[in-house]
Design a protein around this ligand. Sequence first.
Ligand SMILES: *Cc1c(COP(=O)(O)O)cnc(C)c1O
Length: 379
Amino acid sequence: MKRTTRLIHAGRPDDDDGLVNPSVQRASTLLARSSEALYAPAKRPFHYARGGLSPQAELRDALADLYGADHVALASSGLAAVALALRLAVEGPGEALISDSVYGPVRYFCDEELPRLGVTPRYYAPRIGAGIADLLSEETRCVLMESPGSLTFEVQDVPAIADAARRVGAKTVIDDTWSAGLLMNPLELGVDFAAQALTKYVGGHADFLMGSVAARGDDADALARREIRYGLHVSPDDAFLALRGYRTLALRMERSGASGLEIARRLQAHPRVAEVLHPGLEDSPDNTLFRRDFSGAAGCFGVVLKDVSGREAEAMLDRLELIALGFSWGGFESLAMPCDRQLRRPAGSWTADGALIRLAIGLEDVDDLWADIEQALAD
Ligand SMILES: *Cc1c(COP(=O)(O)O)cnc(C)c1O
């Protein structure tokens, strides 16, 4: 069956109650009828609620179907999911190769937490492709990718990097939030651990935070064990909302992606715009890899403004009336954000000199969004 069909049917409870959706079961304790039963968890699907009950189990199943994964772990946020994946990927001291384009808080995790494990983070330019081989050695514990990258949206050659890493025995992790596991499947492209912020497109309604990590084979077993050892738990209400968002993921991404691309094209022709950072644009340097590995675009992209200081760009964004300012993206509502204050590229992979803004296009009418952008960019 096609993925769009499976999104509707995966992770449906198969109990006898006839419910389409899992029940939201609020519990910590689960009572047993006897001491014998208390210690015979194999006979009961759940024996304590930390690992989650029906909504969490159905959400894991649905995401496992999306990725073709053997296990999906749920974490309290997207950041926690990437941190968990990295923790699994680095066993023992050495070096971790980190894409210059990773999400800022992930960079802070790498800089502060990896050295405590004896692992030195080393940043590489996201478009390095097979050239990563020059940086890999037997010291390399893991390679972290994010594609397209945060703020600057470079597409990475995921199969080439995964292949090169495998040759030296390094694990690979990707932050897959932009494609939500739907527009690209990193596990199919050879990545060991695919982490995403369900907070964004899967949630889709800006009302909770959650993250997931997907893996196959031995990595999936290791992931499942770590999830238990660390006592990870997400609330049943949030798992229910994530599964509800999952049902309409394809539909929302299609609309958000199409409107985003339309606005990206209109912006390309705008006199205040130096460059639109969107891999779906035909003249993007990332378009070839994008067309090879992705089935469509998300609605989030960057815009470099021409002859505009960071301060002037912020004043323009302040003039937006329909589009609100906010971190995060992937919800039904369009958001904008000035990026210069948080843009860091330790490997020097960012050289544009105009102010950078980010647009996350939601589900509003595209002409209404464009009218708002046009009036904000006008003098
Ligand atoms: C938002 C985001 C995260 C973090 O997700 P949270 O749920 O907010 O912690 C991680 N990676 C990327 C690419 C993101 O955009």
